[in-house]
Design a protein around this ligand. Sequence first.
Ligand SMILES: C[S@@+](CC[C@H](N)C(=O)[O-])C[C@H]1O[C@@H](n2cnc3c(N)ncnc32)[C@H](O)[C@@H]1O
Length: 290
Amino acid sequence: MDIKPKTIRKDEKPLSDYHLQFISSFIYQRSGIVLGETKRYLIESRLKTVARIAGLSGIEEVCNSLANNTSQLETLVLDALTTNETSWFRDAKPWNALSNDVLPKIKKNKNAQILQIWSAACSTGQEPYSIAIKILESGLFNDWTIRIVATDISTQVLEQAREGIYSQLEVSRGMPIRSLMKYFTQVGDVWKIKSEIRDRVTFKEHLLQKDPRYLGTFDLVFCRNVLIYFDVETKRKILNHIHSALTNDGLLALGGSETTYNISDDFETVPTTGTVFYAKKKLQHFWKKE
Ligand SMILES: C[S@@+](CC[C@H](N)C(=O)[O-])C[C@H]1O[C@@H](n2cnc3c(N)ncnc32)[C@H](O)[C@@H]1O
């Protein structure tokens, strides 16, 4: 029998140590995300996909083109290597605390009838739209001005977030059926969020390492499930920026495995039912009052 050697497609060449280092340092410079040996297989498979989409021969050519500053390719690589995992009302506890403790207390204590919220690292929009739904359903702010700003580094996720269109699988991840029927319209096999929710959120491209004050100041900042991807120095920088964008009575929500502890001394915890939020330290904010 004539045994032929297995043909390896050009783009199936494995990721070399040199290119792993090149890509890791490119991603770190652009986003602060720390990749490395432990993510080798993820990087390799996603770069192969990028090569196919961009019509390049493989990882090597992707890296060579990146070195020559092709901005379209840069966006493609950055989008491919950021983790956009998200869901509706992700982790029940902060959402229950928002409804039961945080929103009623803001309503009771804030004089100016304007509620400003920033969903930093919003991915495909599930987080800011979940916030919009919670506010609407609280029934507390009908005569208030509501401003929800949602930002991300990835243009690709922001595009989907702005459109507000989700697959059956995406809506099945955390959206209660009652809310799905109420706030979405089914179009073929996808679900489109209704304008009464969509129009409450403004999406912008923003890098968390940049000074955010041009976005405004905020009563609530959700920066969830993204700090985990950064080193301590980058986390500290981002927490400093968030501190500067919070009002004196403002609160920060982090992901379940994230904390300001040992990173920034500028925050103190505000216990709520089942979870903690973070407030600016040493200020006489209204979270200290009963
Ligand atoms: C895992 S998702 C979290 C989404 C949402 N906050 C949640 O908890 O479900 C992380 C998001 O952070 C974004 N991201 C990563 N690095 C970023 C950076 N340096 N600046 C802004 N956004 C970033 C990614 O594009 C991604 O959409």
